[in-house]
Structure formats: C-alpha cells, structure tokens
Ligand binder design. Structure first.
Ligand code: HAM
Length: 425
C-alpha cells in the first residue's frame, strides 16, 4: 500500500532534523516572549475563504474540503495565520491585546507535488498582534533571520511593501490596465477583475509580466517612509536582504510590508515567508488590530541543516546466552531499580564510576530474544549507540564476574560481581 502522493513518513535522520528544528524554535521563540498555541487541524471553510481571498491559489485549487455530517463545510487547514487570528479574537483581544504567539504543526494543500512542495507539510509560524510600527516589522524580519542563523541556514530576504489602502487602489488600476495587453491564463483572467495583484505571483504567467508597473512607484509618503525605515533597521541588524519590487505574496490578507526568505543557493522555493496584515482581525470579526507574522516550511528548512555530529555513545546493554537468562534478568532488574548510589557508596575503582553513571543517568537495556547469538546482540548494541555491553555467559556466572565491553574505547575488561553488587540495592 502506498502513502498519499505529496505526503511522507518522517523517520530516521529526517525526523532527527525535524525534532532539532522544532526544539530550537520552541526555545528561541519562547525566550522572546512568544506563547505557543495549538489550533485544530480541521476548521470551518470560511475561516480561510474569507481571509486568504477567493482568487488565491489556495482557495481556488488547493483546499482539502468536505461536507461534514451536519452539512457544514470543513477543511484541513492550509496555513496557520487565519486560525491564529480566530484564536486571538476569541481568547486574547481583550485580555492581552498585544500578544506574540507561535505554532508548530502540519498544514495541507492539494498542490501538484514536486521537490519542496508537498500536500502535507509542516510550518513553524509566529504572529504578533497589536503593534503597527516599522519597528515591529523590522523586529519580525530580524528574529526570522536570526532564527535561521541559529540553525546554520544561510539565507537572503526579499522585501517589499504592497502599499496601503491609500496608495494601493491607484496601483491596482494601473496594473489591471497593463494586464489587458497580455494574453493571460484562465485563472488570471478571473484574478484581473477580482484582485490583479494575484496575477503577479501566477506561476504560469510570471514570464509575460516582467515589464509590469512596480508598486514602489505608487507608494504614498507614509508607505515610503515606513519601507525606508525598515530597510535602515535591517542594514543596522546585518540582515542580508534585497528590495524585490514584484514581490506581492499569494494571500489577500497582506497589506504594507511583505517578505520571503530563500536559501542563498536556492532562489526557487521560499523557506520562510510573511508580512503585515493590519485588517485581518477586524475582517474576521475582531477589534481593529494591527498584526504581522511569518511561517517557515520545516521540510524545506531541513534540506539545509547539518546536524551536529552523532550524539556521543551512552548507556549499558546487557547481552546473555540462553543458559544465563535468569541471571541476566536479575541483574537488569537490580540495575534498573538502583538509583544514583555513587555518592553513598565507597568507590572501589574508577571504572565502576563510569559504568554506574551510564545506567543510573542514561539508558539501560537488555536483549529480549534469548535464542539470539551474542554477536548479533553486540551488533545491535553498537548500532544503537550504547557505550557498554555487559556480557553474561556461563563462564561469567560460574566465575562470579561480568565481562564489560567498552564500545567507545574498543576494550574489554572484567568487574567482580561482589564489588559491583555494592552499587545495587
Ligand atoms: P506561505 O508562503 O503560503 O505563507 O507559506 C509559508 C512557508 O511554508 C513557505 O515559505 C514554505 O516554506 C512553506 N510551504 C508552503 N507551502 C508548502 C508546501 N506545499 N510544501 C512545503 N512547504 C510549503 C503562509 O502560510 C502564511 N500563513 C505566512 C504568514 C504568517 N504570514 C503572516 N503570518
């Protein structure tokens, strides 16, 4: 049986990277005062149709939607901003109008699967409510940049402003006029009437629109002032960025600043993207509240992450033969139940200290298949990264000692059972 196209089972090295990115994000964004939220994976469809815009790619083609048994239209969430706004309106707008929140979780878009574009993917997103200043714009881009640096990902940010309610309408008229001279795809013919900005990020028509007018030529004084201020801050913060005049982003809720981060060696798919959405809270039924945020795709990020070299070896694995299993299990149970006894016991030999530390503070495991040969048990302990193997054969039981193989130092030695018992309760 196959998994659904555009979805994947995450395991092994990829999972290690996922966990590393998620843990780093949790630590980093919490340290900046962001609070984590987990919104449901299914939402009413209107949460997205209203906010993302009905000529956005997501709403037109990519939502997994179905009718629930009560007749309501439900979708698998395609992104995290609209649910975060729904959450803010219900839970925070009065009690904590200035809030910073972050989320980590799966999103679903029925995209044409290709490298870096999946139908189930995972985002880490940050949203800031209640701040409308250029300082908050700059802060947002700065923390995105410094998070990527923390992960060792070398990136460049493309930034633009799509103007405000004062200057954008004039630009949109000019852009619509311009598109009439172009032979556009059927979707863009619809977009031209409903929201010509969307035409600029159409993957089919992009080439034909190289000479489209640029929004920056239509900015009002405030938008220009704000954008210049953000650029000045970004230079001061040593963020690598470039003004990209055609950057508009694919979702309707944006206004003012928008940005996308790319890995320096791959300008094809953004690893992180976001912007300001000052009217979305009001539009979804809340009090007027300025807001901005970003989200990054974990699948895209992990392509550029080098994990720190393998974790050091640790723990004790007990290997035994069919004849010695009862003794081995007695030893396993005694070791499992013994706590950190090092401080209470008189240390006989330095080698005991190293071993006892491994199983009281780290892992302790025993072979579960008595019919397996010792060699196969050794291989398991080695590949699973244990530091010591306790070998219990007939010779060990009758001689009242344990053979210890140190996989880190590649050496083997014996410890007396009588001495070792002083560490067991
Ligand atoms: P977005 O640009 O649609 O924006 O997605 C943000 C990031 O999610 C992308 O830059 C990319 O890394 C990742 N991503 C998107 N679609 C896929 C896919 N099909 N496969 C793999 N990765 C993908 C948003 O979602 C906005 N909610 C961002 C935002 C937050 N704006 C303000 N706050």
């Amino acid at each position: 049986m196959q998994n659904i196209t555009g979805t994947s089972d995450i395991f092994g090295e990829a999972l290690e990277k996922f966990v590393f990115v998620e843990n780093t994000a949790r630590d980093y964004f919490s340290s900046l005062g962001f609070e984590e939220i987990r919104t449901p994976i299914i939402e009413y469809q209107e949460v997205f149709t209203k906010s993302l815009g009905d000529v956005s790619d997501i709403v037109m083609h990519q939502m997994y939607s179905f009718e629930d048994k009560d007749g309501s239209q439900v979708v698998l969430r395609p992104e995290g901003t609209a649910p975060a706004v729904r959450f803010y309106i219900k839970n925070l707008q009065y009690s904590k109008p200035r809030s910073k929140i972050f989320y980590i979780g799966p999103m679903f878009r029925r995209e044409k699967p290709q490298k870096g574009r999946y139908r189930q993917f995972h985002q880490i997103g940050c949203e800031i409510f209640g701040f409308g200043s250029g300082e908050s714009d700059s802060y947002l881009i700065y923390i995105a940049d410094s998070f990527l640096k923390k992960l060792g990902v070398e990136s460049i940010a493309l930034v633009n402003s799509i103007g405000c309610r004062v200057c954008r309408p004039r630009y949109i008229e000019q852009l619509r006029e311009y598109t009439y001279s172009k032979d556009l795809c059927p979707d863009c013919v619809r977009r031209r009437e409903k929201n010509p900005l969307r035409v600029l990020d159409c993957k089919i028509d992009a080439e034909k629109l190289n000479d489209a007018p640029a929004i920056s030529d239509y900015w009002c004084e405030d938008c220009k002032y704000n954008f210049d201020k953000v650029c000045k801050y970004l230079s001061d913060f040593s963020v690598k960025f470039r003004h990209e005049t055609k950057l508009v982003r694919g979702l309707d809720y944006y206004t003012g600043l928008v940005f996308e981060f790319y890995h320096k060696d791959d300008m094809k798919s953004a690893i992180l993207a976001g912007g300001r959405y000052d009217f979305l809270v009001e539009f979804m039924g809340g009090k007027p509240t300025p807001a901005c945020g970003f989200a990054m795709g974990i699948e895209r990020l992990i392509n550029f992450i080098q994990m720190p070299s393998r974790a050091p070896r640790g723990g004790v694995f007990i290997a035994y033969t069919e004849d010695t299993r009862e003794f081995a299990f007695w030893l396993f149970r005694s070791m499992k139940e013994s706590k950190d006894l090092l401080r209470q016991k008189k240390v006989i030999d330095e080698k005991y200290v190293r071993i006892v530390e491994e199983f009281t503070k780290g892992r302790l495991e025993i072979n579960l298949d008595p019919s397996r040969g010792l060699k196969s048990q050794f291989r398991q302990a080695d590949s699973e990264g244990y530091k010591f193997i306790f070998i219990i054969g007939m010779e060990e039981v009758s001689g009242k000692f344990i053979s210890v193989r140190d996989l880190e130092k590649s050496e083997q030695f014996q410890i007396s059972l009588q001495d070792f018992r002083t560490f067991l309760q």
